[in-house]
Design a protein around this ligand. Structure first.
Ligand code: DGL
Length: 259
């Protein structure tokens, strides 16, 4: 058993959607979250730049004592997780667009995938997509600009609504009934998406499955915290503390500057 924290990182505040699931499913566990906002978005950067940031974030988490690293970013997972796994001696949990559940659930045989360019262009995404969507109409859309608006505090803005309407309209014209949110930031769009999407469209995301997988791996490796001590949550950001506290309503004293 281990009282050490679960380390979690993302290019910004999006991974907090995964953090929320981990906290709900693993209430005894402490966490350390890194929001690498100064370098967001990752989605428009090349593979090498994404890998470099992923290594820096991993090393920061390991220096702070993380027993496991959750890559709470689809872009970093699809571009860097295999190299992280080869180079560090802790378990890594990644997140990828939930294509399989969408493919199994669609009745119209049309699914939409909203993700970053970095994710949609990755080999790992292509492999998964080809495996599960052979006879389906799959409409992929880069969510350009969404992460920037969220990081700038403009989540609930007219600009965001317009952007989403544009991105979703070809999917709706094609009669999509499952929308895959392939970026952890997009979870926070759910209230806006529910206004835009017809009732028959199911929004599918991977956060709950990532938390289940984190729990399973900690259990398998005998790393769960069974000490009975109260869990602690700390956040590190090289961007705005306000975004973090506004998205998860946490105590500002728990948010630290990331050097
Ligand atoms: N939350 C990251 C993801 O899941 C955002 C990507 C970005 O920074 O562009 O892909």
């Amino acid at each position: 058993m281990s009282t050490k924290p679960i380390g979690i990182f993302d290019s910004g505040a999006g991974g907090l959607s995964v953090w929320k699931e981990i906290k709900a499913q693993l209430p005894e566990e402490s966490t350390i979250y890194i929001s690498d906002s100064k370098y967001a978005p990752y989605g428009t950067k090349g593979k090498d730049a994404i890998l470099k940031r992923s290594i820096i974030n991993t090393e920061t988490l390991l220096n702070k004592g993380a027993k496991i690293v959750v890559v709470a970013c689809n872009t970093a997972t699809t571009n860097a997780i295999s190299i992280l796994r080869e180079n560090y001696d802790v378990p890594f949990i990644g997140i990828e667009p939930a294509i399989k559940p969408a493919a199994l659930n669609t009745k119209t045989n049309c699914i939409g995938i909203l993700a970053t360019r970095g994710t949609l262009s990755s080999a790992l995404f292509h492999e998964t997509s080809q495996r599960y969507t052979k006879n389906l109409n799959v409409i992929e859309q880069e969510g350009n600009g969404i992460v920037e608006l969220i990081e700038d505090g403009a989540l609930f803005s007219t600009e965001m609504e317009k952007l989403l309407e544009n991105y979703l309209s070809p999917m709706l014209d094609a009669n999509m009934d499952c929308l895959v949110l392939g970026c952890t930031h997009y979870h926070f769009l759910t209230p806006i998406l529910k206004k835009i999407l017809p009732k028959n469209v199911t929004i599918i995301e991977s956060g709950p499955a990532v938390a289940r997988q984190t729990k399973a791996v900690l259990h398998e490796q005998n790393l769960l915290n069974k000490s009975g001590f109260r869990s602690q949550h700390s956040f590190y950001t090289n961007g705005s503390k306000e975004i973090i506290s506004s998205l998860i309503n946490c105590d500002k004293s728990a948010i630290n500057k990331l050097k």
